[in-house]
Design a protein around this ligand. Sequence first.
Ligand code: 1GP
Length: 255
Amino acid sequence: MTPPQRGPEGVGLLDRRPGLLVLVDPSRTRPEHAAEVARAAREAGAAGLMIGSSFDGTQDTERVARAMREAAAGLPVALFPGSALQLTAEVDLVLFLSLISGRNPQYLIEEHVRAVPFLTRHPVPTLSTGYILVDGGRVTSVEAVSQTRPLPADKPELLAAHATAAQLIGMQAIYLDAGSGAPRPVAADLIRACRAAVPGLTLFVGGGIRTPEQVRAARAAGADFVVVGTAVEEHDASAVSGVNHLRALVHAVAR
Ligand code: 1GP
């Protein structure tokens, strides 16, 4: 069997840097609601959509992804998978994540091997991404599910070393995550240290980002994509106020 050769070439999402990405968790979002969020994201000018959950076995991933794509045609959707079980071809890009802040081999190689039969059958582009969990002030679902510890929030040099190692291994992107709903987003000095260590890699930053000021700070520190999930869930995406809130977050990336 020839291993699948995939790359981010031709994928719209990366061409949309810098930008805001709206994350939908399929384990707690019905397809109809996800469609509303997708429409609002497109109307507000988001760069793209993400779908993912730290829980395994969310069979709804495919249904929710399809609903988002149908509702916001043309807006790229990236899968942010908790495991190989969540793989679906209803996305434009799969973040092929390695949980490099941890030392659990399941998330460093096992899930990747499990993904191969699916990726061999389905021509979905992948982006090799070093996923770094950073202490955001409480135990997150990712930490509990993956049985790994996050990196400390006050050790930029340690985070930079992880990002550099990812680049040396050949990864194409870094995702800094304080975890969904984190009380404390990833600090600007950590983002800056990562950006300086791997200037050529695509940098995603998310977890606990709720306000335009926080979006602006992450972008100013070097994030290519700022990811928001919980902050969007807390607003009614079908209402004008929800779209306006999203628009303020989108504008904060640009300024
Ligand atoms: C979580 O980075 C994402 O993995 C988004 O986090 O839900 O806190 O926006 P929030």
